[in-house]
Unconditional design. Structure first.
Length: 390
C-alpha cells in the first residue's frame, strides 16, 4: 500500500487531517511519504511517542544529512540554518537550555502575571475602542504575545513599537527576511554597545551573569528562536482557541458559568488543537519498538494531532471536555526538548482568553465558520483571519 503523504492540510482548523487519522489505523508506527518521495516513520501511538521523544537516540540536528526535510523550502535552508536550542542535540542543547531555565522558572512566570494582565487589558482597550466588527488575528492574537515577548526579553519600553511592528511583520509573512534582519540587528545592538539599557528580562539575565561567556551573536540567535517559536505558537493558539470556543458555544457557556474551569480548559485546548503537528527527528542508532525496527538515519515524524487523540488514553478524544485530566498530552513535546516556555504559554492563554470573553461576552463570529481562512498543513496551525463582532 502506498504510504500516506505528509504534510496534509486540515479541512477543519481544529481537526486532524483525515489522512493522518487513517495512518493511525495501521498501528502506532507506520509510514509516511514526504514531498521528495522519501519515506519516513509516522508515530501515532501515545505510549510510543512519549518513549521515543525521550530517547536520546533520536536527533533534532538539522546538520545531519539524513534529517528529513518536510518541504522543498525546508530542504533549501537545512544546511544553511541551524537554529539553536531546537535544532541541536546534547551536550550543546543542554548548555543552551541551562542558560535559559532561570528566565522560565515557575516563580519568574508567576511574577509576570500582573504585567501580562496589564498588556492584555491595553490591547483589549484598543479593540473595544475601535468597535465591532473586528479582525482578531491582527488586533489581538498577534500583538498581545508580541508585547509579552518584548517584556520577557527585556526590550526597553521606548523601543516596543519598533519591536512589536517588526515581530508582527516577520511572523505574518510581510517581508519576513527584512524584518528578521532588522530585529536581529536591533538585538545585536541591544546586547552590545547598549547593554546598560537592558532591563530585568532574559537579555539582562544572560549578559549580566559574571560567568556568562556567551558570544553576543549566539545570544541573539537564541533570543530570535525564542521570539519566533514563542510568538508564533502562542498567537496561533490564541486565534484558534477563540475560534474553537465560539464554534463550541456550549463549552464556552460552561466557562462563563464556572471560571475555575479555565486552567483545565487551556490544557484541553492545547491537546485538542495540537497546533505544532509534526515534530521531526532522525535516528542516530537502530531502535526496536512496537515490533518495528527504526534504522539509523531513518526519519521520524510525530503526528501530534493524532497522538493527542489516542483512543486508548482517554474516552471520546475527539470531543472537548473541561472535566478530565489532560496533562499527559504532547502538545509541547516530551523529553529533553519539551518546550521550555510551556508554562508561560499557559499563563498567556489563560489570561488572554479569559479577559477577552469577560470583556466581550457577546463575542461571535462575523463570518461562517467554514469561510474563515486558516494556515496550510506545513505551518503551525492557526487562522489567517478571525472576523468577529459583538
Amino acid at each position: 500500500m502506498e504510504p500516506t503523504a505528509f504534510p496534509q492540510d486540515r479541512t477543519c482548523p481544529y481537526q486532524p487531517p483525515s489522512g493522518y487519522q487513517a495512518v493511525a489505523e495501521d498501528g502506532p508506527i507506520s509510514r509516511l511519504k514526504l514531498w521528495d518521495g522519501r519515506e519516513v516513520w509516522a508515530i501515532t501511538g501515545h505510549a510510543e511517542a512519549r518513549r521515543l521523544l525521550a530517547d536520546s537516540r533520536l536527533s533534532t540536528d538539522r546538520r545531519n544529512p539524513a534529517f528529513p526535510a518536510t518541504s522543498e523550502a525546508a530542504a533549501s535552508i537545512k544546511n544553511r540554518l541551524t537554529p539553536p536550542l531546537v535544532g541541536v542535540d546534547d551536550p550543546v542543547h543542554k548548555v543552551q537550555r541551562a542558560m535559559l531555565i532561570p528566565s522560565f522558572t515557575h516563580r519568574r512566570i508567576t511574577s509576570l502575571r500582573p504585567r501580562i494582565q496589564e498588556i492584555t487589558d491595553r490591547v483589549l482597550d484598543t479593540v473595544v475602542e475601535k468597535g465591532a466588527p473586528a479582525e482578531l488575528v491582527g488586533a489581538f492574537a498577534q500583538p498581545m504575545p508580541s508585547m509579552v515577548m518584548c517584556h520577557l526579553l527585556g526590550v526597553p519600553y521606548d523601543d516596543h513599537d519598533f519591536f512589536e511592528e517588526r515581530t508582527t511583520r516577520m511572523l505574518s509573512g510581510q517581508n519576513p527576511a527584512e524584518s528578521w534582519g532588522e530585529l536581529r540587528g536591533y538585538m545585536l545592538d541591544l546586547v552590545g554597545e547598549n547593554q546598560h539599557r537592558l532591563g530585568e528580562g532574559l537579555f539582562g539575565d544572560l549578559v549580566s551573569t559574571p560567568e556568562s561567556k556567551v558570544d553576543r551573536g549566539d545570544l541573539v540567535d537564541l533570543a530570535m528562536v525564542i521570539l519566533a517559536a514563542g510568538h508564533e505558537t502562542t498567537a496561533s493558539m490564541l486565534s484558534l482557541g477563540i475560534f474553537t470556543l465560539l464554534d463550541n458555544p456550549e463549552r464556552l457557556a460552561e466557562l462563563a458559568a464556572d471560571p475555575a474551569l479555565w486552567p483545565a480548559a487551556i490544557e484541553e485546548l492545547l491537546r485538542y488543537l495540537s497546533i505544532t503537528d509534526g515534530f521531526t527527528r532522525v535516528a542516530k542508532e537502530d531502535i526496536e519498538i512496537a515490533d518495528v525496527t527504526i534504522r539509523k538515519d531513518d526519519g521520524i515524524i510525530f503526528l501530534t494531532s493524532v497522538i493527542n487523540r489516542a483512543k486508548d488514553v482517554r474516552e471520546e478524544p475527539d470531543s472537548l471536555s473541561w472535566r478530565r485530566t489532560t496533562r499527559d498530552h504532547v502538545a509541547f513535546g516530551f523529553g529533553v526538548h519539551q518546550c521550555l516556555g510551556q508554562n508561560l504559554a499557559r499563563v498567556i492563554l489563560e489570561i488572554a482568553l479569559r479577559k477577552l470573553f469577560d470583556r466581550l461576552p457577546g463575542l461571535r463570529l462575523a463570518a461562517a465558520a467554514q469561510d474563515i481562512p486558516f494556515k496550510p498543513g506545513i505551518a503551525v496551525q492557526g487562522l489567517l483571519e478571525l472576523p468577529v463582532t459583538w
